[in-house]
Design a protein around this ligand. Structure first.
Ligand SMILES: [Zn+2]
Length: 162
């Protein structure tokens, strides 16, 4: 994806108030992010681990969503799979993340959830730049997996914004 500035990041959020978008914690290392290898920008707020953020490029420009991370059951050895990149993790490597829907639906308390890599590093797992143990064997190429992840993410973002 194209590199984003802090200003573009704050302007991209569709499911929080302008005040929230102004205050939320933006990564401090944007300059050195591996943008070329990212299908989306995702991060956790280091001071508030239940908050996560995700920004993807769309035909309408960058679209950002604020997510709430469900608390983990610590010590779990259960294996679970990310719905975006299909990476399997053990323990708390996958989290249920919930986005309040944009607009009136969100104000009525409606939200959309997805199981996502807890570190939101799906792009790096797909490209083999980060590892989470053995992957499910698939005959798809890396490019096809990336395409699938982008399609799944676009569908998730549509559910948040529609
Ligand atoms: Zn993932």
């Amino acid at each position: 994806m194209l590199a984003l500035t802090e200003r573009a990041i704050r302007a991209s959020f569709v499911n929080c108030t302008q005040g929230e978008a102004k205050r939320l914690a933006v990564p401090s290392d944007l300059q050195t992010h591996p943008w070329d290898d990212l299908d989306f920008l995702g991060w956790r707020d280091p001071a508030a681990p239940q908050r996560a953020y995700l920004i993807a490029e769309t035909d309408d420009g960058p679209v950002g969503v604020a997510l709430r991370v469900a608390p983990q059951q610590t010590g779990s050895t259960r294996r679970s799979m990310c719905s975006l990149c299909l990476t399997t993790h053990t323990g708390d490597g996958v989290s249920l993340m919930t986005a309040r829907k944009a607009g009136r639906e969100g104000r009525q308390g409606n939200s959309v959830g997805a199981y996502v890599c807890s570190d939101l590093a799906c792009s790096l797992y797909l490209r083999g730049r980060k590892h989470a143990g053995p992957r499910m064997h698939e005959t798809l190429s890396v490019e096809e997996k990336i395409e699938r992840t982008r399609t799944t993410l676009a569908a998730f973002l549509r559910k948040v914004t529609e």
